[in-house]
Design a binder for this molecule. Structure first.
Ligand SMILES: Nc1ncnc2c1ncn2[C@@H]1O[C@H](COP(=O)(O)OP(=O)(O)O)[C@@H](O)[C@H]1O
Ligand SMILES: [Mg+2]
Length: 278
């Protein structure tokens, strides 16, 4: 493994051999990474990260900008495969199955591990078609009535149905930002994912729309496993059960959200949560 690219400040801070806190779970791991490294060309963006994401929990990834949160998130459903210079090593598992096995169909994988992005990105299609698209291309439905059912259930679960049920044939792009983001969540839900990855899903939203999404995330936990990247520590504290703190590509500390925010082990975590850097 190449590891020649330690930045000066990483050496200054003398990272622990292993991550502080409790990066793994006892028996309910939905996603596991062991010895994960991600490189962009020669630059290493993720350094020997091992962690578990517990089933039916919300796991938050926090840390300063550029520390590798999005990079690590994208490794979990192989979205990094779409970046030419990106190389991923280490062991990644979903329910114990190797995510990077040659036999894995990445389209299927990304249906099981869905993604919601920072900026709401509905297709330039109707609200109905935005949600119907996935089930159609995955061949999940035989009849129009089944498709109707999936579209309605997904919109309902995403907390949007009440606001849009009378205008399903109007463009998704005509909705407010917060509604568009819930539409994107409905679109992810429509293909029955097991895990939903959210990369700063509220950073383009106002506080009211943000509060709605946060409430929704808490409800979704019942049926899905959620990983959320957020630059807002308040948001991480509000929505997550476990929190992972990344710094310069290292997983410095991970544990129960309450512990991370009230009694972290590592000096870097303390510094970050008390706003001394970031
Ligand atoms: N497509 C890319 N090509 C080259 N470098 C990238 C790319 N995406 C991210 N990086 C680099 O990887 C590091 C981690 O980035 P990122 O995962 O986006 O951090 P975060 O989400 O924590 O802000 C940064 O140094 C960033 O510049
Ligand atoms: Mg990011």
């Amino acid at each position: 493994m190449k590891d020649e690219q330690h930045s000066e400040s990483a050496q200054e801070h003398a990272y622990p051999e292993t991550t502080a806190g409790k990066p793994t779970v006892e028996d309910n791991a939905k996603v596991s990474a062991r010895g994960a490294n991600v490189y962009y060309g020669e630059k290493q963006a993720i350094k020997n990260v091992s962690l578990d994401v517990g089933a039916h929990e919300v796991t938050a990834f926090i840390g300063p900008s550029g520390c590798g949160k999005s990079t690590f998130l994208r490794a979990l459903n192989r979205m990094n495969d779409t970046i030419d210079i990106c190389r991923v090593t280490g062991d990644f598992r979903l329910d114990g199955e190797d995510i990077y096995d040659r036999k894995v169909d990445v389209v299927q994988l990304r249906a099981r591990v869905g993604m919601v992005f920072q900026k709401p990105n509905p297709f330039p299609k109707s609200i109905f078609e935005n949600v119907a698209y996935g089930p159609r291309i995955h061949g999940l439905v035989a009849h129009k009535s089944e498709l109707d059912e999936i579209v309605h259930t997904s919109l309902e679960r995403a907390g949007l149905l009440g606001e849009v049920k009378d205008r399903l044939d109007t463009p998704g792009t005509g909705l407010s930002g917060g509604q568009q983001q819930r539409l994107c969540i409905a679109r992810a839900i429509a293909v029955s994912p097991e895990v939903i990855l959210m990369d700063e899903p509220c950073s383009a939203l106002d506080p009211i729309a943000t509060a709605k999404i946060e409430e929704l995330i808490d409800e979704l936990r019942e049926n899905y496993t959620i990983v959320i990247v957020t630059h807002s520590m308040q948001q991480a504290a509000r929505v997550s059960q476990r929190t992972a703190f990344f710094h310069l590509g290292n997983l410095v500390e991970m544990g129960d959200t309450e512990t991370i925010f009230t009694n972290p082990e590592h000096k870097l975590t303390q510094g970050y949560i008390t706003g001394r850097f970031g």
